[in-house]
Design a protein around this ligand. Structure first.
Ligand code: KIV
Length: 272
């Protein structure tokens, strides 16, 4: 059992801010369904992110862009039904918050009302400030997301490390301060140099959750299917695999198929 699980009965936004002030690291992983969320919550993860990575992992799309608000609500409500303890953050999908703040608020309200999630996450800095303000004014907590923002993949052109150049790094630092000042309760920082990420984490009071951002931040997030080794073609340097589920599952499926074909399954004890 994780150490945090013993100390905190229920993770709230205040818990996360307290954890940062005490120097306790925050754990975050993705889930898109009831069964995975139940296992994660029981294991003691602090935050479940219903990420728009569901677009890749669950639906097989090449990017996160195609997933819809209805699909995110479906995934998020399955996750919320499973959890007793952790905080559930739900991604606002591409196209549901960028055009104007009123639309952003409508999308966030649908997520909160129809899924029961506890907060929303959206990508971007100063360009989404008004949308963030509008959502926060309605009492909906917002997590920011800076650095590599996969919804802008066609602008970036690649999934390589962001903010290596000074100009982009300076803008990222300004955006982090702006997100904190506007009222975000945490920020995901994706694929940026570790030194920059540490500097950002030190410059704000709210938690910085890193993915490919080194160890100097306040917490870490990974896509659960990647850390379990269920996906095996995605091999970024930052990914630590805790299991080799792709091969474990392939073995199990092959054994089952062989047992069915040979007539070994079911045996006498496995029938009525
Ligand atoms: O959608 C997602 O899973 C994410 C994480 C990679 C942070 O945004």
């Amino acid at each position: 059992m994780s150490t945090a699980k013993k100390e905190y009965k229920r993770i709230t936004i205040k818990t996360l801010i307290d954890m940062k002030s005490k120097g306790e690291k925050i754990s975050m992983l993705t889930a898109y369904d009831y069964t995975m969320a139940k296992i994660l919550d029981n294991a003691g993860v602090d935050i479940i992110l219903v990420g728009d990575s569901a677009s890749n992992v669950m639906a097989g799309h090449e990017t996160t862009l195609p997933i819809t608000l209805n699909e995110m609500i479906y995934h998020a409500s399955s996750v919320v039904r499973a959890i007793d303890r952790c905080l559930v953050v739900v991604d606002l999908p591409f196209g549901t918050y960028q055009s104007d703040p009123k639309e952003a608020l409508r999308s966030a309200i649908r997520i909160m009302k129809e899924s029961g999630g506890h907060a929303v996450k959206l990508e971007g800095g100063k360009e989404v400030k008004d949308s963030i303000k509008r959502i926060l004014n309605a009492g909906i907590p917002v997590m920011g997301h800076l650095g590599l923002t996969p919804q802008s993949i066609y602008k970036f052109g690649t999934y390589t490390v962001r903010a290596k150049e000074e100009e982009e790094a300076e803008q990222l630092k300004r955006d982090a301060l702006m997100l904190e000042k506007t009222g975000c309760f945490a920020i995901v920082l994706e694929k940026v140099p570790a030194k920059l990420a540490e500097e950002v984490a030190k410059s704000v009071q709210i938690p910085i959750i890193g993915i490919g951002a080194g160890s100097g931040v306040d917490g870490q997030v990974l896509v659960t299917h990647d850390m379990l080794g269920m996906t095996h073609e995605f091999n970024p340097r930052f990914l630590r695999r805790y299991l080799d589920m792709y091969h474990e599952m392939t073995n199990a499926f092959e054994n089952y198929i062989n047992d069915v074909k040979s007539g070994d399954f079911p045996n006498e004890k496995e029938q009525y």
